[in-house]
Design a protein around this ligand. Structure first.
Ligand SMILES: C[S@@+](CC[C@H](N)C(=O)[O-])C[C@H]1O[C@@H](n2cnc3c(N)ncnc32)[C@H](O)[C@@H]1O
Length: 209
């Protein structure tokens, strides 16, 4: 399985650390209250690991990009729970049906080739009653900004962003996959310090019925 984005991976490894000034607090909110076994999809360089609560007993961190995966492996020791970092992609998760208490998707549903397939996989591996925790940048509210985002998605954005898209309606995709959204906060640049077109963000909890 080849999923190399060497330039993007190095760029993200650096900029993501600077972005933590605005994002760390939201990562904590994303993960607070979780317990049991968690699968984190597209874990990147592992910036969520330090924020998992002690009640989490194990984290299966799936990351297809080799450079980011090796950084995630190094960051695994920052977690209170054991972290297993593995190669894999969102559309074929390396976990049994209903084997996880929760799935975590942060800044990854923008990058998967097909949101419906990735979310169907998360639905499959989360047990009934389990949760999907999400923190994702999504399409803008205003039609003008959405037009700009769509133009970027059709041209340079995925190329420079390791497959990232900025005009996705991720909340709708989560519901279409069968999850029920329990809580959703809409954040903007003022809250995250992340500028348009990678703003706004949605942060929330969805449940597998
Ligand atoms: C913007 S980074 C976010 C990393 C991390 N989740 C975070 O919150 O910092 C996007 C991540 O999605 C990963 N990714 C891209 N396509 C993927 C796919 N098809 N399946 C799983 N992960 C993928 C990338 O390798 C990268 O680590």
């Amino acid at each position: 399985m080849t999923h190399r984005h060497p330039l993007f991976a190095r760029f993200y490894a650096r900029t993501s650390l600077a972005m933590e000034r605005g994002l760390a607090t939201h990562r904590r909110t994303l993960l607070e209250g979780l317990s049991g076994r968690v699968i984190e999809v597209g874990a990147g360089n592992g910036l969520n690991f330090a924020h998992y609560p002690a009640a989490v007993t194990g984290i299966l961190a799936v990351e297809p990009e080799p450079h980011l995966r090796s950084l995630a492996q190094a960051n695994a020791k920052r977690a209170a729970a054991p972290v297993e970092v593995v190669d894999g992609v969102a559309d074929r998760l390396p976990a049994e049906d209903a084997s996880c208490d929760a799935a975590v998707a942060s800044l990854v549903l923008c990058s998967v080739p097909d949101q419906a397939t990735a979310l169907a996989e998360m639905f499959r591996v989360v047990r009934p009653g389990g949760q999907l925790r999400f923190f994702e940048h999504v399409q803008a509210a205003s039609p003008g900004r959405r037009r700009v985002q769509k133009a970027l998605d059709a041209t340079v954005y995925p190329f420079f962003g390791g497959g990232c898209h900025c005009a996705r309606d991720t909340a709708t995709a989560i519901e279409r996959a069968g999850f029920t959204i329990d809580r959703i906060d809409r954040l903007g640049t003022a809250q995250t310090q992340v500028p348009f077109p990678a703003a706004p963000q949605i942060l929330g909890v969805a449940v597998r019925p």
